[in-house]
Design a protein around this ligand. Structure first.
Ligand SMILES: Nc1ncnc2c1ncn2[C@@H]1O[C@H](COP(=O)(O)OP(=O)(O)OP(=O)(O)O)[C@@H](O)[C@H]1O
Length: 529
């Protein structure tokens, strides 16, 4: 083998061998592209010319629709050609518009359902992978009219009509066709459950492979790359054997359907000739109807596969939509002119607490509450419970969440308050020391907040919450990942940019003296552990 490239280390990536000669991959690629363009040009030419021919014949022959006869069938051919073109076009228009509407409705329902839940309690909205899956499931479900219902209805109606015509033309042959048509779904159905089971396992293996790829850099840094590579190889082997099985199922199914059709057509011919003594014209008609009808089970099988997929998508979507976290602990909230009274919040006995504790707090206008404690002591859950309970009391509260969107910093901040002025937003950036990092209102934000650092993203989310001027602001670990100086400035800004009557509730791992100074010494502190 000749290495025609410049780097000797990876010739296989640059050359491909065909027989004794070595062909440059770039040349092969060019040849492939050229052939693809020619093939497409051929199909377009064929489609354009034949479509034009058939349509013009069909339109020109419109006047002879009624002149159909077996002897001079051109009127019928034209009618069917015109019917096929017009109905096919109309079918695509109507079915696709139904699918689009259904997709819109399903996605709207999904997001409306999510919006009606307590903030942050629907998992798919916090988990990109689940959201992606939910979106593709809604798409699969919205398409069932095209992938499932339409082929099934076509199978039933055209199969029944063709059988009826066949019975009129040649009763015994027609009955044979009818029986074959009626039992054909069994052949189509037989493989559905196996294929579905197969595709479920395939999805699991693919998921594991994706996880292995995600974990690669981390495990490589731990020296476990070889182990992971072995595991990935096993998974790839399993995937390959599944793929082979699936294609074997497909081959067997088409073979079974072809044999079934061939045998049925032979029996139809025999029944027509021997029992009905049908003439050549009728026998030909019944056989042609048989060929058309017996092509339907293949489409039915694809529809049944699609139906099984749609059922799984529906179940998964229901599970995704219902996949809330465990119910939140109860908390009694009373809101009045004298502020917020929180009572009855129970911290259960566990490894951190030898007995139950019930937390209560009274927060006057403008006061700050800090909940603190070791990891796992329940700070985040307390904020979640409070955040879920507050809206029921007409309190405008803001719970800092993880989401930044593509656009500019200003776009993200104005999600908090669309009417906020540039000056107001710019001063928030500078008070949170974001201007020092060169961040301005026009700085672009990429997907998931990239390329901003974690600390910058947190401060932008804080700025957005402050811009919204909430009556109660709930913040979980606002200083995580920030240096001591920035932490103090952030806490000070949080307290002092909030309205003087607004209540601030924070969860902090540790309450340092600097944090107390920044928040005001009089803030309430509850330790959870
Ligand atoms: N009041 C509660 N009742 C029942 N379970 C609770 C309660 N509070 C916390 N938990 C449970 O304890 C676990 C830890 O809680 P949580 O995540 O709120 O702790 P945390 O202090 O915020 O931890 P970290 O600082 O590591 O984020 C969770 O599984 C949570 O469901």
């Amino acid at each position: 083998m000749t290495d025609t490239g410049t780097t000797r280390s990876a010739p296989a990536t640059r050359t491909a061998t065909r027989g004794a000669r070595t062909v440059r991959p770039s040349l092969l690629a060019f040849a492939g592209l050229g052939l693809a363009v020619l093939a497409e040009a051929g199909s377009i030419g064929l489609l354009g010319l034949s479509g034009w021919f058939i349509s013009s014949c069909a339109i020109a022959g419109g006047a002879t629709f009624s002149a159909f006869s077996y002897i001079a069938p051109s009127g019928g051919v034209r009618s069917f050609a015109l019917l096929r073109i017009a109905a096919g076009y109309g079918e695509r228009l109507t079915e696709h518009s139904v699918v689009l509407q259904r997709l819109g409705a399903l996605r709207l329902r999904f997001f409306t359902d999510a919006a009606s839940r307590p903030a942050g309690r629907i998992r798919p909205l916090r988990d990109g992978e689940l959201l992606d899956r939910a979106m593709s499931d809604t798409e699969a479900l919205s398409r069932t009219l095209i992938t499932v219902t339409s082929p099934i209805v076509v199978f039933l109606v055209t199969g029944a009509a063709a059988t009826a015509i066949a019975v009129i033309a040649s009763p015994a042959a027609g009955v044979v066709l009818g029986i074959a048509w009626a039992v054909s779904p069994l052949l189509a159905r037989a493989r559905v459950s196996r294929v579905v089971a197969d595709s479920t396992v395939r999805a699991q293996i693919t998921g594991e492979l994706v996880t292995a790829l995600d974990a690669w850099p981390e495990l490589a840094s731990l020296g476990a790359a070889d182990h992971l590579a072995k595991r990935a190889t096993v998974l790839l082997d399993r995937l390959e054997s599944r793929e082979r099985r699936t294609s074997r199922y497909d081959e067997r199914r088409s073979l079974a359907l072809t044999l079934f059709s061939a045998v049925t057509l032979a029996v139809i011919a025999a029944a027509g000739a021997l029992v009905d003594h049908a003439g050549a014209a009728n026998l030909t008609l019944v056989l042609l109807l048989g060929i058309g009808t017996l092509a339907l089970p293949g489409r039915l099988a694809a529809a049944l596969d699609a139906r099984a997929d749609a059922h799984r998508a529906e179940k998964r979507l229901a599970a995704t939509m219902g996949s809330e976290d465990a119910p939140l602990p109860a908390i009694q909230v009373e809101v009045g002119p004298e502020g917020l009274a929180l009572t009855g919040y129970r911290l259960p006995a566990d490894s951190l607490r030898s007995t139950d504790r019930t937390i209560s707090a009274a927060l006057g206008p403008g006061e700050t509450l800090v909940v603190t404690g070791v990891s796992g002591s329940g700070k985040t859950t307390f904020l979640d419970a409070l955040s879920a309970a507050l809206p029921g009391h007409g309190v405008i509260s803001s719970r800092i969440d993880d989401h930044l969107f593509t656009g500019t910093i200003a776009d993200n901040l104005r999600l908090g308050r669309p009417a906020a002025t540039d000056d107001e937003l710019a001063s928030l950036l500078s008070e949170l020391l974001l201007d020092r990092a060169g961040i301005t209102l026009s700085t672009p934000v990429g997907v998931g907040g990239r390329p901003l650092s974690g600390g910058e993203q947190t401060r932008i989310r804080l700025a957005r919450a402050l811009a919204a001027r909430p009556g109660v602001l709930l913040v979980d670990e606002p200083t995580a990942g920030l240096d001591a100086e920035t932490s103090a400035v952030v806490l000070h800004t949080l307290r002092h940019r909030l309205h003087v009557d607004s209540i601030l509730v924070l969860a902090l791992h540790t309450v340092t003296p600097e944090a107390r100074i920044a928040l005001g010494w009089w803030c309430d502190v509850i330790t959870f552990d």
